[in-house]
Design a binder for this molecule. Structure first.
Ligand SMILES: [Zn+2]
Length: 377
């Protein structure tokens, strides 16, 4: 995880990097911020920078062996503890869970306790950090650094440490071996023992602003219109986990609309086409353009399938099912035409064409193209 992959926080990133470059690395820091603000990615980017063998002024290098290992969260001097289900069969320490934890964080470093609990599939159990984890922390920090440099102990959600664990790490937290950095990343300092808090330096992480969240949504989901992205950003109040979940929901809605509409085009049912056109006309202009952008994206995926280069396809899940079925309708006579029609429609929408007329016309043209068979020249 590099700093540049993290959304927002420009000032904070610069300050953290500046401190490391000037040799000011506190022995314990607590990255504290609301859910979805990026406390964990920031702590990981900090560790990556600390380990980097060739750090630049603005970020870690991303190519040295340390950075390569950190990209997989597999650096031997990165120790991580996190809440788990204290279970009889899997033990009470984090080690048996580390592979799953890595997978979860690499999949989404903005995850929260609920996401983690869901992945562990134990809805009724409580996530905890007990005294056995404290022993794990002390033991790991007593080992020599593998690379001869810094050792990091990352504690995710320190607010979930129980009192015996917190008490047991106090000593090592206060006086760790030289070149050891504790990085705590969590959301609530009012549930942490004051003795822990007083031994850590607070790094306050604010929620990213609406424009930053909007940009992040548009980057991850280009098919979502700018207006919708702004709406999601406003509703999420800077919680990126929430914002991305909402964006995914919108994406599914767009997919269902597009799939059902294309089926109606193919079936050449005029009444259905009119119904879809009515619905389309009621969308905002940005949303209409967003639908065309999405349609072009999905048609491109179908073309890749048709051209037999499935390894280049970005679609998955329901989209992928659609791509497999729909690509069977493509052939040399219609593939370019379909793309051309969608591009033209997008351009006309930008020039404020009447959406209902445009959409009905487009439905008719797409239907005709889709029904063209390979053999018809
Ligand atoms: Zn590096």
């Amino acid at each position: 995880m590099q700093f540049n992959k993290i959304i927002g926080h420009a000032e904070l990133k610069a300050r953290l990097i500046g401190n490391i470059r000037e040799g000011r690395v506190p022995h314990a820091q607590f990255f504290l911020g609301p859910r979805g603000s990026g406390v964990l990615p920031l702590a990981l980017a900090y560790a990556t920078y600390l380990f980097c063998e060739n750090p630049g002024e603005g970020d870690s290098c991303d190519v040295c062996p340390s950075c390569v290992m950190m990209a997989k969260l597999a650096h031997p001097d990165l120790n991580m503890v996190f809440p788990i289900f204290l279970s009889a069969d899997r033990g009470k320490t984090c080690d048996p869970y580390t592979a799953e934890w890595r997978g979860a964080v690499l999949n989404d470093p903005y995850l929260d306790a609920e996401v983690w609990r869901g992945l562990l599939k134990g809805e009724n159990k409580q996530l905890r950090m007990g005294v056995d984890i404290a022993a794990e922390v002390v033991r790991k920090l007593s080992l020599k650094s593998f690379s001869g440099g810094w050792k990091v102990m990352l504690i995710w959600l320190p607010e979930m440490m129980d009192a015996p664990m917190a008490n047991k790490i106090l000593k090592v937290l206060e006086e760790p071996e030289p070149r050891t950095a504790f990085l705590l990343a969590g959301h609530a300092n009012d549930r942490i023992l004051p003795t822990i808090l007083s031994r850590t330096q607070l790094v306050k992480v604010a929620a990213p602003g609406p424009s930053e969240v909007t940009a992040a949504i548009q980057q991850r989901h280009p098919e979502i219109s700018p207006a919708d992205a702004r709406g999601i950003a406003a509703r999420s109040e800077g919680d990126l986990l929430e914002a991305f979940a909402m964006a995914k929901g919108e994406e599914e809605e767009i997919f269902v609309f597009f799939r059902d509409w294309l089926r109606a085009c193919y079936a050449n049912k005029v009444a259905d086409n009119v119904m879809f056109a009515d619905y389309f006309a009621k969308m905002g202009r940005e949303e209409q353009k967003g639908l065309m952008t999405y349609a072009l994206y999905l048609i491109r995926q179908c073309m890749l399938q048709w051209q037999d280069v499935p390894q280049l396809i970005a679609a998955f899940g329901e989209e992928m099912e659609f791509v497999k079925k729909f690509s069977a309708l493509l052939n040399v006579h219609n593939a370019d035409g379909i793309r051309h029609e969608l591009e033209t429609a997008h351009g006309h929408l930008e020039r404020n064409a009447n959406p209902k007329v445009l959409f009905l016309d487009l439905s008719y043209r797409l239907g005709t193209l889709l029904r063209m068979k390979e053999a018809v020249a």
